[in-house]
Design a protein around this ligand. Sequence first.
Ligand code: NAD
Length: 361
Amino acid sequence: MVRLFDLLESYDYGELHLSREGASDMHAVVAVHDTRLGPAIGGCRFLAYDDEREAIVDALRLARGMTYKAALAGLPHGGAKAVVLRPQKLFDRAALFRAFGRFVDKLGGRYITAEDSGTGLDDMEVIRSVTRHVVGTGGGSGDPSPFTALGVRRGIEACVKLKLGRESLEGVHVAVQGVGHVGYYLCRELDAEGARLTVADIDPLKAERAMREFGANVVPIDRIFDVACDVLAPCALGSALNDETIPRIRALIVAGAANNQLAQPGHGDDVHARGILYAPDYAINAGGLINVALELTGYEEQAARARTLQVYDTIYEIAERSRRTLTPTYRVADLIVEERLAKAGSAAGARGTGVAGRGAP
Ligand code: NAD
């Protein structure tokens, strides 16, 4: 049995929306984590789940991360996530996403949807036909990866300044794990700044492309953590920082695009104890979110670039405060967010607007 209220309590939530439309076989979950800073934004996953509980837990887990990412990026948004359960039998995709769009519309702008695993531009276009509360459609902000990479490069620059006392990336050695969408653009950014690159990817063609285009040294995927370098940039899967990999790291800085790099929060304490400066993932990889969120106020590429460049300041502030207070960076990032949310909550309270916090109506 799915014990819904116990689940909400364990994830510190109050607001979860469920919708079903029989005709299109649409079963969807929208978890709204926090709206103190503004309407909640977050992608829509479209995956097959073994059971409903798993789908709900996925939405709850990911929505909270969106609150933190948006707040730290200084965006006027809270965090949310949607999960649409992929039907087990044949289905009409357009009808299903139209039904999901109507569900989003009924939430009246509390939730703004976007692409995520299993959804694409075409689905967002279908959703757009029934609601305006969607970003990441054709004619909008386009591929977020170059913006994510730009932000990561800026975050690396901030770490290099603080940890190595260097003003530029000229000659700085960066080992990049995964040269897919973001990893490739990151290599391009770093190469343009004169950095030296070592890369690894399970897809040899992608690694070879980085070698060809940027003169990167290629190593086998199981050697990337052993590379003696200045910066390790995880840009592949989650949980890159774990019991097995941390003791092998020979870089002074870990700063990359991958989500959920810490296998467990305690691994953030481990890297800190080893004197490694870790740029919290949700702080350094916010460029894509910044880019897409700007669609809501009229998208301009220059403005998106300018906002993304500010990832430097965010990472610098976190790293500097971590050094001053001897607190691991992942905790400092969380603290900054919690301070911002508390301030927004009390400002709303003082205005008597009753802006919803975690799950207020
Ligand atoms: P992607 O799938 O295009 O790239 C990932 C790359 O990692 C692929 O080339 C894959 O072959 C490689 N890879 C997988 N396992 C590997 C391993 N064990 N060792 C080395 N390489 C491996 O994905 P992406 O869009 O570039 O995203 C990369 C990471 O950044 C993900 O964690 C994603 O959640 C995160 N992220 C992406 C964006 C964005 O704008 N795309 C924004 C924020 C966060």
